[in-house]
Design a protein around this ligand. Structure first.
Ligand code: FAD
Length: 574
């Protein structure tokens, strides 16, 4: 072990948000939530990989936080009296990413995670300092050489990509080790032999897994666990912007909340490199950052998250409760359910398109992307309203817009008013019976290859390829009695009230589906604007509907209780 003072990262310690020193009064406040303990020099306080580890407020002595994920363990930071250990994983329930060692004799106050959460509520000023420190520490950690989990695999290996996506989406510190690089391939041979099964997951010098299932890996990290056997006020299906918006509102308003997602927090927005149209971020925010912040916010209020957890069935039982079943054969029980499963955009099936996502290849056409194309030619693929709108919009920026249409009739899927405008616009060239067969570009898209119905291929320069070849709501798993429109988007509120199947005396809540107590929000809901801000707001609105309905249930229970006392009074008087 190598612990020279210059490795103590003085610059990290200079960050007083991440490493504040608590006042004497704050230390007294801490004592109420924990128990005193002591350690001798060199003793491990908690190890990397420990799950449900505690927070230690140092009263005397120094501790070292060690990175043991590399070949040689190193001390990341060393701190002492008045400071405290821990980071956001105290709340996520995942394994500790680093070890904590007593550098000297240490006396400390040991506080369990649920008591730290209690402290956030009961001592808000101190709690806010601790919470901000945890959050900032994780941000700082990601800027250091900290390795975390190392995932060895090839760029074109599907399971490797899925694994990296899982870790990325869930903010698990990791490094992808491309085995195309000789030094990585050599190191892997040393650890896993000559015929490894990809992806290979390594922590420090330890081989953790070869070709693990996503669930297996998620369970190891602590992302996934068996679903608790309790009845939640609300189970949210999906943790894209809408599910996260719902989770924050529901948990902050005292509803017991469980959020399930097939991959992890973020949804489609996590593939957006910069969201510039979301309130409060004048300089834009990456989809990933917005997702992580929202996820932490929901965790802080006590929402529970499980991922990857793919929902396969939703069933209502006689008692009015819902059962949500997952492909891992877990079951969650809920009084109400919010469906926020979004859509999947049909992706362009052309080699290299994933690499150029957001680097000239877009599934969206807002001012952000459009500005990057100012004065240059762009191509739009698609023949529906979204493609037509995008083409019209882009003419305000681009020198020329080429609309690539597979069929021969634009009116088939595009509103006629829009079609007329597109056809009449001199800046738009429409290429019918044409498909994009290849794209060129390393850092950014440079050209597209277009093939017509006779097989002739032309190469055209482009600075933006905008793809609108359809989006499909992720609603296939829902029961048939849950009404959807002809494209599969979930009907809610006013649309449901018109259905013959709606037999209730009351009107459905604004976002209620044709199943009582089941709500839909965000992109998967019929008629919504497919935008981050809308999805988040819609999630919040769904929670208002949950409150209204649970309130109704409470009134019914009250009515039932009143009836019992009236019956008893009647019985006595006879
Ligand atoms: C590349 C890209 C860039 C974008 N940029 C912008 C932008 O700049 N500004 C803007 O306003 N909008 C943008 N959008 C649109 C915006 O991201 C969406 O409108 C928004 O994400 C919708 O949120 P949602 O929560 O309704 O659905 P989604 O984001 O689709 O989230 C749905 C979640 O549900 C989960 N899920 C689905 N099915 C299941 C299941 N059966 N079980 C468990 N989990 C499930 C998914 O894993 C996913 O995490 C962009 C979209 C894309 C694709």
């Amino acid at each position: 072990m190598n612990q020279t003072p210059d490795q103590f990262h003085a610059d990290l310690m200079a960050d007083t948000v991440a490493f504040p020193v608590l006042s004497a009064a704050e230390l007294v406040e801490c004592t109420e939530f924990g128990t005193r303990c002591s350690f001798s020099a060199g003793e491990e306080i908690f190890g990397a990989g420990s799950q449900s580890f505690d927070c230690y407020v140092i009263v005397l002595g120094d501790v070292c936080i060690m990175d043991v994920s590399t070949d040689e363990p190193t001390c990341i930071v060393r701190y002492g009296a008045g400071q405290f250990t821990g980071d956001i994983d105290l709340f996520t329930g995942r394994r500790a990413v680093g070890s904590c060692q007593a550098a000297t004799v240490v006396e400390a106050i040991r506080i369990a995670p649920d008591r730290v959460r209690e402290m956030l509520v009961r001592q808000p000023t101190l709690g806010a300092r601790i919470w901000r420190a945890f959050q900032r520490r994780r941000e700082l950690l990601m800027t250091t050489d900290f390795q975390g989990m190392r995932v060895y695999g090839a760029k074109d290996d599907k399971q490797t990509l899925e694994t990296v996506e899982l870790l990325f989406r869930n903010g698990v510190p990791h490094h992808w080790m491309n085995i195309a690089e000789e030094k990585n391939a050599t190191r892997l041979r040393e650890i896993a032999g000559s015929e490894p099964r990809y992806p290979v997951i390594i922590w420090g010098k330890n081989l953790l897994f070869q070709n693990p299932g996503l669930s297996q890996l998620a369970e190891h990290i602590g992302l996934r666990h068996r679903l608790p056997q309790k009845t939640y006020d609300v189970v949210v299906l999906g943790s894209g912007p809408s599910g996260l918006g719902a989770a924050i509102c529901a948990s902050s308003e005292g509803l017991s909340t469980l959020v399930l997602d097939g991959i992890g927090p973020g949804g489609q927005a996590s593939s957006s490199s910069k969201i510039e149209n979301y309130a409060g971020f004048p300089n834009g925010v990456t989809g990933r950052e917005l997702a992580q912040l929202s996820y932490l916010q929901a965790l802080k209020f006590g929402a529970e998250f499980v991922a990857p957890c793919h929902v396969t069935e939703l069933k209502r039982y006689g008692d009015g409760l819902y059962q949500v079943r997952t492909s891992e054969d877990d079951v969650a029980i809920a009084k109400t359910v919010i469906i926020a499963t979004g859509v999947s955009y049909r992706l362009l099936d052309v080699e290299g398109s994933n690499d150029l996502l957001a680097s000239g290849l877009y599934y969206n056409a807002t001012a952000v992307e459009a500005r990057m194309c100012k004065g240059w030619p762009v191509h739009v693929i698609g023949a529906g309203n979204s493609a037509g709108q995008a083409a019209m919009f882009l003419t305000q920026y681009a020198r020329k817009v080429t609309l690539v249409v597979r069929g021969g009739d634009l009116r088939k899927n595009m509103s006629s008013y829009l079609c007329d405008r597109v056809v009449a616009n001199p800046q738009i060239e429409i290429r019918y019976h044409t498909q994009v067969t290849a794209i060129e570009g390393a850092e950014h898209i440079g050209a597209v290859h277009l093939r017509d119905e006779d097989g002739n291929v032309v190469r055209e320069d482009t600075t933006g390829l905008f793809i609108f070849i359809g989006a499909k709501p992720r609603t296939d798993f829902l029961p048939p009695e849950l009404a959807r429109d002809d494209k599969g988007f979930v009907l809610t509120g006013p649309a449901v009230s018109k259905l013959a199947s709606w037999k209730e005396q009351r009107l459905p809540e604004a976002l209620e589906t044709s199943l009582l107590g089941v709500f839909a929000s965000g992109d998967c809901r019929s008629g919504t604007t497919k935008r981050v801000a809308f999805a988040i707001g819609d999630g919040a609105l769904a929670v208002t509907c949950v409150h209204n309905l649970l309130g109704t249930y409470a009134t019914r229970r009250l009515d039932a209780l009143n009836k019992i006392s009236v019956d008893r009074a009647d019985a006595k008087s006879h």
